[in-house]
Design a protein. Structure first.
Length: 185
């Protein structure tokens, strides 16, 4: 059982499939929050207001394709993984193309009985990436705290000579340059 709460956007037009997929998700994720839609407008709204951790999308939808959904997601935030759950991708070349266009994976609906087993490793990767990003955000936060402490120290430092004042100015300029370069990355 995956203990990390996941916000999951399910893009599916068939209610029975959405219910079955949701059932299997609840068997492998302890606290999933699942939203279901079948159109791009709601996907766009949910990307902004629901902020999903992962998106599961059918490939064939009434008003668009899964690739349309993938394009919208990648334009919004390339870091959100999208997994196709479909009956359409039964062709190896088409499956490879979905991965090459940025999908995090795919599961065939013909495997609905073992959907949880198919989704579990993909969800574990999502959780791993979430934790990895969380650690990175914490390191950035710690670095910002350290830089602010350096600034406070420099502000409180009393320079006795012109040479010392010049060194302090250079230190501040170097720190500012590092911050600009880091922000550009």
């Amino acid at each position: 059982m995956i203990k990390t709460a996941l916000r999951i956007l399910l893009v599916e037009d068939l209610k029975t499939d959405a219910d079955l997929i949701s059932y299997h998700i609840r068997k492998i994720v302890e606290k999933p929050e699942i939203r279901v839609t079948d159109n791009l407008e709601e996907v766009s709204e949910l990307l902004q207001n629901f902020a999903p951790d992962v998106i599961l999308s059918d490939y064939n939808l009434p008003a668009c394709t899964g690739l349309d959904v993938l394009g919208l997601v990648k334009d919004f935030d390339a870091g959100i993984p999208l997994i196709f759950v479909t009956g359409t991708i039964d062709d190896d070349e088409l499956a490879a193309n979905t991965i090459l266009t940025g999908a995090a994976g795919f599961v065939l609906k013909k495997h609905m009985k073992v959907m949880g087993d198919k989704l579990r490793p993909l969800f574990k990767q999502v959780v791993f990436n979430m934790i990895e990003k969380e650690e990175l955000r914490e390191k950035i936060r710690q670095n910002k705290i350290a830089v602010n402490q350096i600034y406070r120290y420099l502000d409180g430092f009393e320079a006795d000579s012109e040479e010392q004042r010049n060194y302090l100015t250079k230190i501040r300029q170097n720190i500012d340059q590092i911050k600009l370069e880091r922000d550009a990355d």
